[in-house]
Ligand binder design. Structure first.
Ligand code: TRP
Ligand code: ZN
Length: 454
């Protein structure tokens, strides 16, 4: 369901001689992660059936991927890191395949014609291992003492299912996970059903709105589960590691009011389901805004809850098309924390801005421009988060509150379920304000170093 076929086609055309023929390219054309994603097709739906045994760390998987060819294809790639592939069919006919690093190269018996809808079924198994990102962090299927913490940003989805592993291609998901009785497997969207037989429990999850692969989860553990429906019909499912419950409970109680407050500021919540997974995963060091149901490596504080919740609008519903635009996720989610503080008796966003602006010119905050981190090694650093949020505060003071909040809401509404780029955001801000904002954005998101005036 990529909504950027034109841009993508241009990138693919530039990707080399292979793309011009009938072979799908090995990457989506993102210079930060050149092998992430693939070319030549668009995934519509992932149907994943997984079995996980926490005591051995063994995963059994079957992925049924429904996709549409965007060019004639005699060959196509998926991304898969580690694990053993035991068989592949394309439209029910056995297909040849080989592994080449993270590329799973599939040769269907019959070439796929342009615009053909097709179905790839991959069976696989093994002991999933996380990937180490360029910044040194672990990402993907991360085993814990009672299961696994599963978070795929930016690359880790491919550690547990074969994917077109780039956010430019969103799809719907059905994720079914079987775990030993007593463990809980939590994924995205709504729980369709849960059944225990022969000492194992199967959880069936459905995410019907488009989702980027990095936002999928299948976190397993011994969890206390809480389920309820909010007055406005949101289905909430929270899973909490009992060791984190004392700290997590008072914060999770606020989830409905945080989502209601954010809906007031950003526009309607984009999904039917919500919740949280609070795990104990001491070697992770971050939370992730997994769609509808963020995963936390330990009990979050309120501003982390506000941050991951804001990502449901900015990042999950409106998704980047290249990792360089990560400030559209992190700057916005950070700004949501500032706004929340401002409207709940804390410091104003301007006070937070002023305190940050006081950082000396040599501070990490000014190390690079938010809209140009330079490589995948820097996408989760302070300039993206804090200076990205500072840019939004600059925009707010330049255009006034009324227009500023209209920009945020229009951005979330117009790109709901799809994608957005930095250029589209700055154009929207200019259109709604009627102001030339080139200088402002150039200074605050496009230039390294501390701006000479706040
Ligand atoms: N997107 C996450 C957040 O800000 C953070 C995150 C995801 C992260 N993956 C990471 C941070 C890897 C550091 C390293 O909520
Ligand atoms: Zn974030």
């Amino acid at each position: 369901m990529a909504t950027v076929p034109v841009a993508l086609a241009a990138l693919l055309a530039a990707a080399g001689p292979a793309a011009a023929g009938t072979v799908g390219s090995s990457g989506a054309g993102d210079p930060y992660f050149p092998l992430a994603g693939n070319g030549g097709y668009d995934v519509r739906h992932y149907g994943l059936s997984l079995g996980y045994d926490p005591s051995t760390g063994h995963l059994d998987g079957k992925a049924v991927i429904t996709a549409r060819a965007t060019q004639r294809l005699t060959r196509l790639d998926l991304d898969l890191s580690g694990l053993k592939v035991t068989g592949i069919t394309v439209d029910h006919t056995k297909a040849a395949f080989r592994r080449d690093g993270q590329e799973l190269v599939v040769t269907p018996r019959h070439a796929l014609h342009r615009r053909q809808e097709f179905r790839v079924t991959v069976t696989y198994q093994g002991k999933p291992k996380p990937v180490t990102d360029p910044d040194g962090s672990l990402d993907g299927w991360i085993p814990t003492d009672d299961g696994a913490f599963v978070a795929g940003e930016p690359q880790g989805a491919m550690t547990w299912f074969p994917a077109n592993n780039h956010p430019s291609d969103k799809a719907s998901y059905d994720i079914t996970i079987t775990v030993p009785k007593g463990r809980t497997a939590v994924s995205n969207g709504v729980l369709l059903g849960q059944r225990t037989a022969h000492g194992r429990t199967t959880f069936r999850w459905r995410q019907s709105e488009p989702m980027a692969a990095y936002l999928a989860t299948a976190t397993v553990g011994t969890f206390k589960v809480e389920r309820y429906t909010t007055p406005d019909g949101l289905k909430v499912y929270n899973a909490v590691d009992p060791r984190e419950a004392t700290a997590a409970t008072p914060v999770l109680k606020k989830l409905p009011s945080v989502l209601a407050w954010e809906s007031g500021v950003f526009g309607p919540y984009p999904y039917k389901a919500a919740g949280a997974v609070v795990d104990r995963a001491p070697n992770v060091g971050y939370a992730l805004e997994t769609q509808t149901r963020p995963v936390y490596d330990s009990a979050p504080d309120l501003s982390t809850l506000v941050h991951e919740s804001a990502h449901q609008w900015f990042g999950d519903s409106v998704t980047l098309t290249r990792w360089r635009d990560i400030w559209l996720n992190e700057g916005f989610a950070t700004y949501a924390e500032w706004l929340y503080a401002e409207q709940h008796g804390g410091r104003t966003a301007q006070q937070i801005f002023d305190a940050l602006y006081a950082s000396p010119a040599g501070d990490d905050l000014w190390a690079f421009p938010p809209a140009d981190p330079g490589s995948g090694a820097h996408i989760f650093e302070t300039p993206v988060y804090a200076r990205g949020a500072m840019a939004l505060q600059k925009l707010r003071t330049a255009v006034g509150d009324k227009t500023f909040f209209r920009v945020l809401r229009t951005w979330a509404t117009d790109h709901r379920g799809g994608h957005g780029t930095t250029a589209e955001f700055t154009r929207l801000a200019e259109r709604l304000s009627g102001k030339d904002l080139d200088q402002l954005f150039h200074t605050w998101i496009g230039t390294a170093g501390k701006p000479s005036s706040p």
